[in-house]
Design a protein. Structure first.
Length: 317
């Protein structure tokens, strides 16, 4: 079922969903299941599975370093199929521009169609660690809007090199990212919203926001989006702070602001166990306010751990 159908069927009730990351290659998928199991009691209608970019590693060959591309967390589509089968829940693979050619993207989408995966999260992806700015792969998309257009075209039977007349076209529900504090590369929030609107016009069906810690940022973002004519569901993304280092890491990586009350609370913690509890309590307060405002879904960035997400969900749902 599509994300938009789940929202419609909820009849105004706020749904619970979360996002996981694939295990590092060589690890057992059971570890992933062990972290999903405690969250299934909250009846998530869908689970997102991230896709990692490729990265360079250096292999020593007779004293010379050989530079090779690798993916540390492959298997997004396979994990989606496995979770879908095990839990009877919809799964949403993240599909990136970075690291994929248009042909590779088409093959991935065909695989998703065969597996009965109805939703796709279309993202540009980050720059590689060695790059200061995002550089598209040769033969790949530069912008997420181009990826959205490719998925929309495939829904219409239009493949990269041919049009296929069929009664069995894909019908993907396309999700995209939104940034309440604007994308780090956008010159302004208004400019960023123009790109968001373009992705919706090209076929995107819903938006999931980047994490934020001040609900006013989300409410203002939704208001500005609506005023610009963006009328698809806008799902807030919530991440509980878990370690003290997040005070520096999150603003640095995601270009977001943290409220001073949250900063003070974390700085007053004696260890990361206390920080984790502060993060849970802050996310509970955020979630309750958002739920009271009637958001369609509360989407949690779990990063593979479920204990704090479970504590939040118990208090909110």
């Amino acid at each position: 079922m599509k994300v938009t159908e789940h929202i419609e069927n909820a009849k105004g009730n706020t749904l619970f969903s979360f996002e996981i990351i694939p295990p590092v290659k060589g690890r057992n998928i059971k570890e992933l299941y062990d972290n999903i199991d405690p969250l299934m009691e909250f009846n998530p209608p869908f689970i997102d599975v991230t896709t990692s970019r490729e990265e360079y590693i250096y292999i020593d060959k007779n004293g010379l370093l050989d530079k090779k591309l690798t993916r540390m967390r492959p298997g997004t589509v396979g994990i989606c199929a496995s979770i879908k089968h095990k839990y009877d829940v919809d799964t949403i693979p993240h599909v990136l521009c970075g690291g994929f050619t248009k042909e590779e993207t088409e093959y991935l989408l065909v695989d998703c169609h065969y597996l009965g995966i109805d939703n796709i999260m279309a993202l540009r992806g980050d720059a590689m660690k060695e790059e200061k700015y995002f550089e598209p792969s040769e033969g790949g998309h530069v912008y997420a809007s181009e990826l959205v257009e490719q998925i929309h075209n495939l829904n219409c039977g239009q493949y990269l090199h041919e049009v296929v007349e069929t009664d069995y076209c894909a019908d993907f529900c396309i999700g995209i990212a939104g940034y309440p504090e604007k994308h780090m590369e956008a010159p302004s929030l208004k400019s960023d919203l123009k790109w968001l609107k373009k992705k919706v016009e090209l076929g995107a069906h819903y938006v999931v926001t980047q994490m934020f810690f001040d609900n006013k940022k989300y409410f203002d973002f939704v208001k500005a989006a609506r005023e610009m004519g963006i009328n698809v569901p806008i799902i807030p993304g919530i991440k509980p702070i878990a370690v003290k280092r997040h005070l520096q890491l999150l603003p640095q990586v995601f270009r977001i602001d943290l409220p001073q009350d949250l900063i003070d609370a974390v700085e007053n913690c004696n260890d990361n166990k206390e920080v984790r509890q502060v993060g849970v309590e802050w996310a509970i307060a955020q979630s309750k306010e958002l739920k009271a405002a009637g958001v369609p879904v509360l989407h949690y960035y779990s990063m593979g751990k479920s204990d704090n997400i479970k504590a939040i969900a118990e208090a909110v749902f």
